[in-house]
Design a protein around this ligand. Structure first.
Ligand SMILES: [Zn+2]
Length: 158
């Protein structure tokens, strides 16, 4: 059987254990996010800073999603990056798929800066359908490991 890959080229599976999905607590919140262990320090660090600097992620209903085995919404054959545990949706109810300008404009530069810092791409910068709740790892495994090292996010995460 050939390995399934999500759009960003990470290995995807409907079996969480097979691809090392972990449940990682987000510092400063009561939330845990499920994602691939290899990227967990980046996702956790990003979520922590997003919570502090952009908006709280633990208020209202639970609408923050990490790993989920599914296609890109509306696609029959393209696996979403959520399928590899390398993407996160934050405050999905406030930032629905396809809607533009759901964040205050003055926060957008900080959103981009945080995404870049943690090796993520923001769905608000998609060329096609905008997805402002969505952030996904855009680096490969080696660069992810190097970034975790340079950000000193090593041991105490996850
Ligand atoms: Zn998403």
């Amino acid at each position: 059987m050939s390995q399934l890959k999500s759009q960003n080229n990470w290995i995807a599976s409907k079996d969480a254990a097979e691809i090392g999905i972990v449940s990682v607590p987000i510092e400063g919140t009561k939330i845990k996010v499920r994602c691939a262990e290899a990227v967990a320090p980046l996702i956790a660090g990003f979520c922590k800073e997003f919570h502090e600097l952009i908006e709280p992620i633990d208020e209202g209903q639970l609408d923050d999603w990490g790993w989920a085995f599914r296609n890109v919404r509306g696609s029959n054959d393209k696996l979403s990056n959520h399928s590899s545990g390398t993407a996160i949706d934050l405050n999905a109810t406030k930032h629905p798929l396809g809607k533009v300008g759901t964040f205050p404009p003055e926060k957008v530069p900080m959103i981009r800066a945080l995404a870049k810092k943690y090796g993520l791409r923001w769905g608000g910068d998609y060329k096609g359908r905008i997805d402002e709740m969505h952030f996904e790892i855009e680096l490969g495994e080696a660069k992810v490991a190097a970034l975790i090292g340079s950000l000193k996010l090593g041991d105490d995460n996850g």
